[in-house]
Ligand binder design. Structure first.
Ligand SMILES: *Cc1c(COP(=O)(O)O)cnc(C)c1O
Length: 380
């Protein structure tokens, strides 16, 4: 069935999504915490009616995501809508205060500037802190605790503002420090947050643990997460929020592509109708090598290839892979785990066509969107 659809396309699978959502719901049910979808990772709003059955709401990185969450989750399903940005545009604030029930600010200055507007609109406001504890290695661009980070207020500045009474009316603390991590990293982070901000936390309504919790990964230690959430709720009498992106749609999507040509330059190179630069930019940005269904590491199976895009960027190479049979023009390849940070990041560099978006529910495959020349022209 899938073989007749024109490549390239994304396919998101409902059963895989439900698998993740059941796990997230279990965490909420056992702890009373609130789990929000971080839309910057996965904004396929046609799935929001399903997500709304399991999650507490959505969170946004700015006005457009906040509006999307409002239109497709908060308003129709009565769910929560949060937003955080490193800085807000002044003209966006009145709209954000209309769309969102919780707004987190990145600095004391931004909070002071907009707190009255938020209070009048009945919005609960928070400030993002920088706990200054790095628990990840290798991905500096994803480490908000890295040197010179602009993300969050550090202890000294926060406590000084607090002690001077400047934070009167503040309802929440937000931190986000993790990326694809297990609950041991959260535990280390919480230890520092409690030590440095514990006194303040007692006077807050809520604390948001951010994203980067790989909760739905097979080796994730759920019991530890559950006990950490319970501990914070009991000890500080606060509502606890988590806002994972990846964990919601982990391993729930595929990117299907076809081989357009095979060339040789010391290695066999298969040129595909999909591009790392345009359709899966994290492959180059993070960087990482996505898994391909049925393929091994380069050299592992009999026939090895570099898989590459058709763009003029020399570095538009997805990675080295091997197969049991030689690839030929027209063969289809399935890239795994492509629901997250893919559709939200596609671009039309080189005038590349955007992959269509399909949804699989049981045996049925439904087209959600397809794109054409107009989408390219309209943006430029
Ligand atoms: C990126 C981000 C998230 C989601 O992170 P995942 O790694 O996708 O779970 C949540 N909150 C904030 C503030 C973020 O920047």
């Amino acid at each position: 069935m899938a073989a007749v659809l024109k490549t390239p396309y994304f396919l998101v699978d409902e059963d895989d999504l439900i698998h993740n959502l059941e796990i997230l719901k279990r965490v909420q049910d056992e702890t009373g915490c609130h789990i929000l979808l971080a839309q910057k990772c996965f904004s396929m709003y046609s799935t929001y009616p399903l997500l709304a059955k399991y999650l507490a709401g959505t969170t946004a990185s700015g006005l457009y995501e906040a509006k999307l969450g409002y239109r497709y989750m908060a308003q129709p399903f009565g769910k929560e809508n949060h937003v955080y940005a490193a800085a807000y545009l002044p003209e966006d604030l009145p709209y954000l205060a209309g769309y969102c029930d919780h707004i987190s600010f990145n600095s004391v200055n931004q909070w002071l500037t907009y707190k009255e507007l938020c209070q009048e609109a009945g919005v609960s406001t928070g400030i993002r802190i920088n706990p200054e504890i790095s628990t990840q290695e290798g991905h500096e661009i994803y480490d908000p605790c890295a040197k010179y980070s602009r993300m969050g207020v550090r202890k000294e500045e926060f406590l000084s503002a607090y002690q001077r009474g400047l934070l009167e009316g503040l309802k929440g603390i937000h931190f986000h420090t993790l990326c694809e991590q297990n609950s041991d990293a959260l535990e280390q982070t919480l230890e520092v947050v409690e030590k440095n901000f514990g006194e303040v936390l007692k006077h807050m309504d809520w604390v948001n643990f951010g994203g980067g919790h790989h909760i739905t990964r097979a080796d994730y230690d759920l019991d530890r997460l559950i006990s950490l959430i319970k501990h914070v709720k009991d000890c500080y009498q606060v509502e606890v929020y988590l806002e994972p992106g990846e964990a919601v749609a982990l391993n729930a999507g595929y990117l299907e592509a076809s081989v357009l040509d095979i060339v040789e330059n010391d290695k066999q190179i298969a040129i595909l109708d999909t591009s790392a630069a345009c359709h899966m930019p994290d492959v180059l940005e993070m960087p990482y090598r996505p898994e391909v269904l049925g393929a091994g590491e380069e050299g592992e199976k009999k026939y090895s290839y570099l898989l590459a895009g058709p763009t003029c960027l020399s570095g538009d190479v997805i990675g080295g892979y091997s197969f049991d049979r030689p690839l030929k023009v027209g063969d289809r390849l399935t890239f795994l785990d492509m629901a997250i940070y893919s559709m939200v990041k596609t671009n039309t560099f080189n005038g590349m066509k955007l992959p269509a978006i399909y949804y699989r529910k049981g045996k049925e495959i439904k087209k959600i969107k397809s794109f054409d020349y107009e989408d390219f022209e309209r943006r430029l």
